[in-house]
Design a binder for this molecule. Structure first.
Ligand code: ZN
Length: 511
């Protein structure tokens, strides 16, 4: 055996050991995810305290495995070795990304990790109370603590980066705020104009036909059929009921989506399930051979959101989708939809109505909600805005963008759980997701000339296959902007979202 072969064997053994350790952490992290899913779907009300202890114990184990110095040592040796330079793309990428994860995580002192976890649990409790009573002063001291800790986290984990970018990196690796801000600024003016035109149009779509009596049992059957038809694999996943819908993955063949049911308004569960199933299709499409390692993991939250938004809005609110879906809906809900037409529903799902609450927003105004939060949280992290001045800053900005002013703090600054949960730098990924989704859909339409006819016939496999090959198959080896560029044949840009919204909503509002 030559010296170089011996070195290569050593590097491969080292690689296997590093992957084994990363997978052990991933297995435990999936136990943590299972505890979280259970907490939000089935946990008895008084079991919360012990569940928090269980979750904290598992989280500590995961953190210990991920920041084990022996693991870091192996990764450092791999990074300097032949596999990192000339190994297969998945192997070199795994070494690079595991190293990066290790560096970031091991720079955080255990004291800070614990303090953040504890403070955020308490801040979320304060948030629930503050929101219920619309009492800003109950949350203010907690947010001051959270933002101080998040600034400390930013300085520790990526000391060379701008603090906001350091936090955003947890959700959208490699993103930088000046680039995101430039894109959002270009988007905002055009969205404000489109919202004004839609709201002022004498030919606004009427969505009253989607309001009425839609029994939960019938909705259950209907949305399961829709989710299965777009490709969500129920032999590798479930749909359950929750107050705040989400998608969680507990393993390569265990993806759980959740929804809430509104018996007076059909779109809540239908679009909610299309959204979560879109997340689920991405999870079910990641390469299972690489589970627990970067080639088997999602690229970023922005890319994740692009998948959910694509199915929810670009498929679910398209005319072609309703050609197929309307007869199914009328069969499921013969009462409320008796007098409806395909055309009527196609327009009704595109109604624009400015509202104070982000999670109730339509597709056009939604991004204005996100951009407001992005600008405010950045100012809080960078120090140009004090937490105490947040409610006024929120209301002023809201009035400028939406033309209405939140009457209470609960309708404004207190509506989201994110900041009290320590999720800072997370909001922009929602709009990045919309932007990526629109661009991906244009590329898919160009690659699949029969797409509209297929969707009108209830055939979605071609689109899903295109997403599998161009997005899902790459795991997180390629950063989001590059991934979109590679899939679409041109750099990521906001113009696809603008053009998609102007075309679809302009037509529905007779503009
Ligand atoms: Zn989502």
């Amino acid at each position: 055996m030559s010296t170089s072969t011996a070195a290569a064997v050593t590097a491969e053994e080292l690689f296997d050991q590093a992957c084994g350790q990363a997978r052990r952490a991933a297995v435990l992290a999936s136990v943590e995810a299972l505890l979280g899913w259970d907490e939000q779907t089935l946990l008895p009300p008084r079991a919360g305290g012990y569940r928090a202890e269980q979750a904290a114990a598992v989280a500590a184990l995961v953190h210990g495995i991920r920041t084990d110095p022996a693991h870091g040592d192996r990764l450092a040796r791999l990074a300097a070795g032949p596999l990192a330079r000339s190994g297969p793309a998945e192997v070199a990428g795994t070494i690079r990304l595991l190293n990066r994860d290790f560096q970031k995580q091991s720079r955080l002192p255990a004291r800070l990790v614990e303090e953040l976890a504890r403070t955020c649990v308490e801040a979320q409790q304060a948030w629930r109370e503050a929101r219920a009573e619309s009492a800003w002063e109950k949350l203010r001291p907690w947010l001051e603590r959270v933002f101080a800790l998040k600034r400390e986290q930013a300085a520790c984990q990526l000391p060379d980066r701008d603090p906001y970018d350091a936090l955003m990196d947890d959700y959208e690796p490699g993103a930088s705020w000046p680039a995101v801000a430039a894109r959002f600024d270009a988007l905002r003016g055009q969205l404000v104009d489109l919202v004004r035109a839609c709201v002022g149009s004498p030919r606004r779509p009427d969505d009253t036909l989607l309001r009425g009596s839609f029994p939960e049992a019938a909705q259950q059957r209907f949305v399961r059929e829709v989710a299965a038809r777009i490709g969500f694999d129920f032999s590798r996943g479930r749909l359950d009921t929750t107050a705040h819908p989400f998608c969680a993955t507990m393993g390569p063949h265990d993806c759980r989506i959740t929804t809430r049911w509104d018996e007076r308004f059909l779109p809540t569960a239908l679009f909610g399930v299309l959204h979560e199933a879109g997340h689920g299709l991405y999870e079910q499409g990641l390469p299972t051979a690489w589970r627990g390692l970067p080639p088997g993991e999602a690229a970023s939250l922005g890319v994740h959101e692009s998948q959910s938004r694509l199915w929810e809005n670009l498929v679910g609110r398209s005319a072609a989708f309703w050609e197929w879906c309307f007869p199914l809906a009328r069969e499921a809900f013969p009462g409320p939809l008796a007098g409806a037409t395909t055309r009527g529903v196609q327009r009704a799902v595109l109604a624009v109505r400015p509202s104070f609450i982000r999670v109730e927003a339509d597709e056009v105004t939604y991004n204005l909600h996100v951009m407001l939060r992005f600008d405010l949280e950045r100012a809080l992290v960078q120090g140009s805005l004090a937490v105490a001045d947040l409610p006024d800053a929120w209301n002023e900005r809201f009035e400028r963008d939406f033309g209405i002013r939140p009457p209470t703090a609960a309708d404004g600054v207190l509506q989201d759980i994110h900041w009290s949960a320590g999720l800072v730098g997370y909001f922009p990924t929602y709009t990045l997701g919309n932007l990526f989704a629109a661009q991906l859909m244009y590329a898919a339409e160009a690659a699949l000339p029969r797409l509209d006819r297929d969707m009108a016939a209830g055939r979605f496999a071609g689109l899903l296959d295109w997403l599998r090959r161009n997005v899902h198959a790459h795991g997180r080896l390629v950063e989001s902007e590059r991934l979109v560029e590679q899939a679409c044949g041109g750099p990521a840009s906001e113009r696809w979202l603008v053009s998609s919204l102007q075309r679809r909503y302009g037509e529905a509002h007779g503009l």
